[in-house]
Design a protein around this ligand. Structure first.
Ligand code: HEC
Ligand code: HEC
Ligand code: HEC
Length: 182
């Protein structure tokens, strides 16, 4: 933690002033919700159909799952005082609770990409470095992506069996297609 802070301070202090302001704002970013991320921008085939892929994935159903009898049986067996869909012990991995976010959207875009208010504008979004400086979470390699997955896909989950990263990532991957020019 301390190391990260020192590193962040170092990075922030060596960036150009405009980027530095963005880095400072990133901490104050707020969630904007799936509709704002994907209602217009991240849904065409040309863009990679992120909305469609996510909607078809288990992540879009993760909150609904907590409303089932099976979920409530698990919550009861754990001695929780509230139904699964109202228990923070379950919601922490199954949904994002924030202003402007529909809880029913479950594991939505910003749970993996970071709160979007600072990087959502087109002028920032089209530039990856600017987006990251403005608070979009950066994944340097597959190991970093897998670590993010395992922050939820782990033995703290009452129904956990195993997590094969390559197989699961292939199921939800939503890359922007490369143009013929590259
Ligand atoms: C914020 C918590 C969280 C994170 C982070 C997360 N998941 Fe999930 N994932 C879930 C939950 C909860 C479900 C169960 C959804 C349901 O069935 O209700 C799920 C379900 C899935 C499913 C559907 C089940 C299946 O195998 O078909 C896949 C695939 C999946 N996750 C892959 C991933 C991958 C790959 C990553 C990392 C890029 C990831 N998840 C990151 C919480 C998370
Ligand atoms: C550490 C994160 C985490 C926590 C905490 C968590 N879950 Fe989950 N849950 C998951 C993930 C990830 C999956 C997807 C499992 C998979 O496909 O491997 C899942 C899947 C499920 C499923 C569907 C699995 C099936 O076989 O039908 C139910 C039901 C469920 N969770 C209920 C709960 C309940 C109830 C709680 C609270 C007592 C809870 N979960 C807490 C991460 C979590
Ligand atoms: C379970 C985690 C997770 C969820 C949920 C998720 N993403 Fe992603 N997304 C990733 C990861 C990991 C990558 C690959 C690393 C990267 O490019 O940042 C990625 C990549 C992307 C990319 C493009 C990357 C490229 O340059 O090819 C876009 C655009 C994107 N996501 C948008 C979305 C939108 C919009 C949603 C919601 C509808 C969403 N994502 C939901 C984890 C997630």
């Amino acid at each position: 933690m301390q190391k990260t802070l020192v590193l962040l301070t170092f990075v922030a202090s060596t960036l150009a002033p405009a980027t530095q302001a963005l880095a400072q704002d990133a901490a104050a970013n707020t969630y904007i919700g799936v509709k704002t991320c994907a209602g217009i921008c991240h849904k065409s085939e040309k863009q990679g159909n992120q909305l469609g892929i996510w909607s078809q994935s288990g992540h879009a159903q993760a909150y609904v799952t907590l409303t089932t009898a099976k979920a409530n049986d698990i919550a009861k067996a754990k001695g929780l005082a509230t139904p699964a869909a109202e228990s923070p012990e379950c919601l922490q991995c199954h949904a994002l609770r924030a202003e402007n976010v529909e809880i029913k959207d479950g594991v939505q875009c910003e749970m993996c990409h970071g709160a979007g208010s600072g990087y959502k504008s087109n002028s920032i979004m089209k530039d990856r470095a600017k987006s990251i400086a403005a608070g979009m979470k950066e994944y340097k390699d597959d190991a970093a992506i897998e670590a993010q997955c395992r922050s939820c896909h782990n033995e703290k989950s009452p129904t956990f069996k195993e997590f094969n990263f390559a197989e699961r990532w292939a199921k939800i991957r939503h890359t922007v297609p490369k143009t013929p020019e590259g």
